[in-house]
Design a protein around this ligand. Structure first.
Ligand code: 6MZ
Length: 353
């Protein structure tokens, strides 16, 4: 197993919270067994690796307009992205996708993300469920894309790493069905696909298109996690429609009304909480306003997750620091409360049967 782990620089809320902790407190956070259950592959590539991929791309790329998108995208990531609203966030991905479009680049990116979370003298997490949306292009099919990512995931043990396959809200029904079929097929072949996800711009697409896909995924023994109610503009009807698909975990779940909360409590759906992501995307104003406080007060299962460490310039230890740091930099939870939260993340893993 490689031992080096390249990380992106940490800044913003996570850095401020970390700097308020003693080395003993940081050591406590590092020692805790914890699971990262919500990390998007293309949003988690270490900046140094992306810069290397950009150099390779520039040497190869004949089209100046593509190079321009890449150069300005990397400059934005390097400077630290400022988002006025969550919609701005999705504009970062065309540049990243241009860099991970070939098989060797995708392999390198995936390996570096796994190393970032799992390797080094003080690994960020005990277990990682990495998620990604399979893309088809002139270099690979969706199946080939998933096989490359799986080969990298499977260099680790099943207790360390697994894959969630993401559907993007912009997909049409046919593509979504194909992607879920592929995921089920790979699982039947003994590959380490443990679940499916619905992600992408929260205002895009029509979620009713995906209902059948999620029941097919469940029939195939896959876990289902859905990005849900990420913005105030996501309607209550859409939220209930997604809940009716019977997910076992939910991403963000920032704006749930009482009816939705009832379902979430009854079915004990774990909420994947991404503190820095929500603050930087401005879907939550301050930590004190964050819905994590509601779930903590109800002792409801949650998992602390990073979402996209590259643009959000955070880390798993940084997110846990936000739980521990004194107010207003953090939520001032006790070690015992933090250990309970970490245990909840371990208990909410999608397991390979
Ligand atoms: C919704 C998100 C997201 O799949 O190409 N993604 N979708 N909300 C978020 N929170 C801010 N963060 C990332 O990884 C990148 C893709 O993950 C989704 C977006 O669809 C983005 O294009 P992959 O590996």
């Amino acid at each position: 197993m490689p031992s080096k782990a390249i990380s992106s620089p940490i800044a913003g809320p996570a850095k401020a919270a970390l700097s308020a902790l003693s080395s003993t407190q940081i050591a406590f956070l590092q020692r805790l067994p914890k699971a990262e259950l919500h990390a998007h592959l293309n949003g988690s590539i270490p900046l140094a690796v992306l810069q290397d991929l950009a150099r390779d791309h520039a040497a190869r790329c004949a089209s100046p307009s593509t190079s321009d998108i890449v150069v300005s995208g990397i400059e934005r990531l390097q400077a630290g992205v400022q988002l006025d609203q969550i919609g701005d966030f999705f504009g970062l991905f065309p540049a990243i996708y241009a860099l991970t479009a070939t098989a060797p680049a995708l392999r390198r990116a995936t390996r570096s993300v796994l190393e970032h979370f799992l390797d080094g003298p003080a690994p960020q997490v005990t277990y990682l469920e990495l998620r990604t949306t399979p893309k088809e292009n002139e270099h690979m099919t969706r199946r080939e894309y998933l096989e490359i990512v799986l080969e990298e995931v499977e260099r680790y043990t099943a207790e360390q790493a697994a894959l969630i396959v993401s559907l993007d809200r912009r997909m049409d029904g046919e593509v979504a069905e194909h992607v879920v079929g592929l995921s089920a097929q790979l699982r039947r072949e003994g590959r380490r696909v443990v679940g499916v996800d619905l992600c992408g711009d929260p205002m895009a697409g029509d979620v009713t298109v995906f209902s059948e896909c999620f029941s097919a995924a469940k029939d195939a023994g896959l876990g289902v996690t859905l990005h849900i109610a990420e913005t105030e503009q996501n309607s209550a009807a859409e939220t209930l429609q997604l809940l009716s698909c019977g997910p076992t975990r939910l991403g963000h779940a920032t704006f749930l009304n009482d009816d939705a909360k009832k379902v979430v409590h009854t079915d004990e759906m774990c909420i994947e909480i991404c503190l820095t992501s929500n603050l930087l995307c401005k879907t939550v104003g301050t930590l004190d306003d964050h819905h994590i406080r509601y779930y903590l007060a109800h002792d409801h299962p949650i998992a602390i997750c990073t979402d996209d460490v590259l643009p959000f310039r955070t880390s798993m230890i940084g997110e846990y620091a936000l739980l521990m740091a004194p107010k207003p930099l953090g939520l001032a939870l006790t070690e015992q409360e933090i250990a309970r939260v970490a245990q909840m993340s371990m208990d909410s893993r999608f397991r390979v049967a």
